[in-house]
Design a protein around this ligand. Structure first.
Ligand code: SF4
Ligand code: SF4
Length: 227
């Protein structure tokens, strides 16, 4: 899932300065699962933004709504009505959701209330861990299902680097060395031979180095060439 953190309240208050009627919109997908941007968090932010302590003048009027996914234009258009008089939307979605909302509601300002951080997963309650950087050329077949791009501090394709501190990364004792984990898992799978090959210098163009990426899926209703 996409993981995000709510921005500091001072930053959010500064971003809505000058607006009199704000609509806070939660997103019911990734950011609700990581407990930063769903309906509950939208309601909590609304309560906080109504407190006079944040303002020199009167607080803005604040309403709250929620969309299942703010990253889908069709869902925004189909299910969302902006209350009359709204002069800014405060989105609790990831950066993709904020931008899709801004596109759908143009010229209404859509402001981010979250900092989008990474693609991650939760292995224990309340903790999310970065797992993938969307590199566009997945290596997990060769690395025991552990991503060296996202989980090795140096994104090494061959490791460990020599700075390994016990089973941890030299960057921090709190970070497990991804390459120790890879070797241990491949050993358990009796697949250490997968590490004997040398990966050529990586082509980072599928990972975004050639500019913004786009994916076209044909054969579904409404897609290019569908009849
Ligand atoms: S190798 Fe690339 S696509 Fe696969 S998990 Fe890592 S960053 Fe994501
Ligand atoms: S110690 Fe391990 S995780 Fe850290 S940079 Fe080196 S190989 Fe990567």
């Amino acid at each position: 899932m996409i993981v995000g953190d709510i921005k500091p309240i001072e930053e959010i208050v500064a971003s809505i300065s000058g607006y009199e009627k704000i609509l806070i919109v939660g997103c019911g997908s990734c950011v609700s699962v990581c407990l930063s941007g769903g309906d509950r968090e939208a309601q909590m932010l609304s309560q906080e933004l109504k407190r006079k302590v944040h303002y020199e003048n009167a607080p803005p009027a604040v309403a709250v709504d929620n969309i299942l996914r703010q990253c889908e234009l069709d869902l925004i258009k189909a299910y969302h009505e902006i209350p009359a008089g709204t002069d800014a939307v405060l989105s609790l979605a990831c950066g993709a959701g904020v931008q899709t909302m801004a596109e759908a509601l143009d010229p209404l300002p859509v402001l981010p209330a979250l900092n989008t951080t990474f693609l991650g997963a939760s292995f224990e309650p309340g903790i999310w861990q970065e797992m993938c950087k969307g590199c566009g050329n997945c290596l997990l077949t060769y690395t025991g299902g552990i991503c060296p791009i996202a989980r090795c501090s140096k994104s090494l394709l061959h490791g460990p680097c020599g700075g390994t501190n016990g089973r941890n990364c030299e960057v921090s004792p709190d970070i497990p060395c991804a390459w120790v984990q890879i070797i241990e898992r491949l050993s358990r799978q009796n697949k250490l031979d997968l590490l004997s090959g040398i990966h050529e210098s990586r082509d980072w163009r599928p990972g975004g180095a050639a500019g913004p990426r786009i994916r076209v899926r044909t054969g579904v209703g409404g897609s290019p060439g569908f009849s």
